[in-house]
Design a protein around this ligand. Structure first.
Ligand code: GDP
Ligand code: IMO
Ligand code: MG
Length: 423
């Protein structure tokens, strides 16, 4: 059987958690392939809102297995909190949640290093979630990291100590004012490691290979978004993993030829949290309304998200880099009542009109060229089928499909599981 893949096409927070939850009924296994607790994936059903950071978004379904893949970085302290939040739901965690032995661990000093690095950058800071993501992936590629499989073996604490000592020296090197009590942080860390040790660790690439042979259906769940990809995003204002389709192969050990559907998910407008260029960002009433109606606050850090019109130049780039086969448009309901909608279809770049994403998309290099469309007045949140859609929404969707040369198969009209319309 093939593996399907769901990933965000913008700067994250497109609604991946919601759609993975909606699609889980079609799959046996949901597998996260990159990122870590910088992610905040929200899902809602039966009037309850859940936010997951590391645990895949299929965890509330009775039959699905949820796998944390080798490409993910795990903070045991945050992981333990996530498990605590799941306790009221009586989920058989030992059976339903599997963890790759090759996933790397975020140490308390990785978090401190993240804070020190950001503080040292001043105004040029990335706007990191300060979860230690960058330093942990640096230790992974620098071949110094500690993996989940290590904590099954004796002697890993020596490796921990020498790495933490090195990190402390590095924190001193940054010479910034970071207050911390490492003994306290380590007490929490080792306590959480004990919880982690009670879970099921597996050789996940072998597990997924056998699952495919046995005809099991697998959905790979991405975190962040394509424009935060370490290679293809708006570097250096990106995260430290490959958020694009290829990341699912390296983050799970799935062969490229086994990937079938690539579901690309985007908001009907654009948001970004943290620093970095954002050509269609709005500083007017339209942007403020998107933020307010869309409740655009980071699910991990609570920071307000920057809002702007849909950027088709960037979206087209993401569709191509990922080989998206089906699109899903989220949060169309937020745009109800807008007298007009604008969609960026090209950039003015150094006196020239271009339709591709150039190397630099900072405001001094790029001005968006917009196509204006009429908005719709109707409230979409109670609609249950495409037949109820206003003409202006259908026109908006048709325009995007034509520009992106890819069908929009799901339109989401609210945060709840049920507010999902298939086309
Ligand atoms: P993720 O990181 O991609 O999983 O997305 P987040 O959970 O960080 O952010 C998406 C936010 O939008 C969450 O608060 C969701 O509950 C909410 N949401 C998802 N789909 C819709 C939708 O169609 N309409 C509205 N109004 N909210 C939505
Ligand atoms: P989900 O999975 C939105 C952003 C941060 C920062 C940059 C680097 O919920 O879509 P990092 O902590 O990775 O060093 O931060 O990336 N960022 C996200 N923005 N959604 C996310 O995840 C994000 N994860 C990281 O705000 O700008
Ligand atoms: Mg999020």
């Amino acid at each position: 059987m093939a593996v399907d893949l769901l990933l965000g096409l913008q700067w994250g927070d497109e609604g991946k958690g919601k759609i993975v939850d909606v699609l889980t009924k079609n799959y046996n296994i949901i597998a996260r392939f990159q990122g870590g607790p910088n992610a905040g994936h929200t899902l809602e059903f039966d009037g309850i809102k859940h936010v997951l950071h590391t645990i895949p978004s299929g965890i509330f379904h009775p039959d699905a297995i949820n796998l944390v893949g080798n490409g993910v970085v795990i903070d045991p302290v945050i992981f333990k909190k996530e498990l605590d939040n799941l306790q009221p739901f009586n989920i058989d965690i030992k059976k339903k949640l599997l963890i790759s032995r090759k996933a790397h661990l975020i140490l308390p000093t990785h978090r401190l290093l993240d804070a020190a690095s950001e503080a040292s950058k001043g105004k040029a800071k990335i706007g990191s979630t300060l979860k230690g993501i960058g330093p942990t992936y640096m230790d992974k590629t620098g071949r110094n990291g500690i993996r989940v499989g290590d904590i099954e073996m004796d002697g890993w604490r020596d490796k921990y100590r020498s790495l933490a000592n090195k990190h402390e020296a590095m924190i001193d090197f940054y010479n910034v004012d970071i207050q911390y009590d490492l003994a306290e942080l380590e007490a929490q860390f080792f306590d959480a490691i004990e919880t982690l040790q009670e879970l099921t660790f597996i050789d996940s690439e072998e597990y997924l290979y056998q699952a495919q042979r046995d005809g099991k259906t697998i959905l790979a769940e991405g975190a962040q978004g394509s424009l935060l990809d370490i290679d293809f995003g708006t570097y250096p204002f990106v995260t430290s993993s490959n958020t694009t389709a290829a990341g699912a192969c390296t983050g799970l050990g799935v062969a490229p030829g086994k990937i079938q559907e690539v579901f690309g998910i985007f908001k009907a407008y654009t948001t970004r949290v943290g620093s970095g260029p954002f050509p269609t960002e709005l500083f007017d009433e339209y942007g403020a309304t998107m933020g307010k109606v869309g409740n655009e606050f980071g699910a991990t850090t609570g920071r307000p998200r920057r809002c702007g019109w849909l950027d088709l130049v960037a979206l087209k780039y993401a569709v191509r880099v990922n080989g998206v086969t089906q699109l899903m448009m989220m949060k169309g309901d937020v745009l109800s009542g807008f007298d007009k909608l604008k969609v960026c279809t090209a950039y003015n770049y150094k006196g020239e009109k271009i339709k591709h994403l150039p190397y630099n998309i900072e405001a001094e290099n790029v001005t968006p060229v917009y196509t204006e469309m009429p908005g719709w007045k109707e409230d979409l949140t109670k609609m249950t089928s495409v037949d109820q859609f206003p003409k202006e929404l259908n026109d908006y969707i048709a325009f995007l499909e034509k520009e992106l040369e890819t069908p929009i198969k799901i339109v989401s009209v609210g945060p709840d599981r049920t507010q999902t319309i298939h086309r």
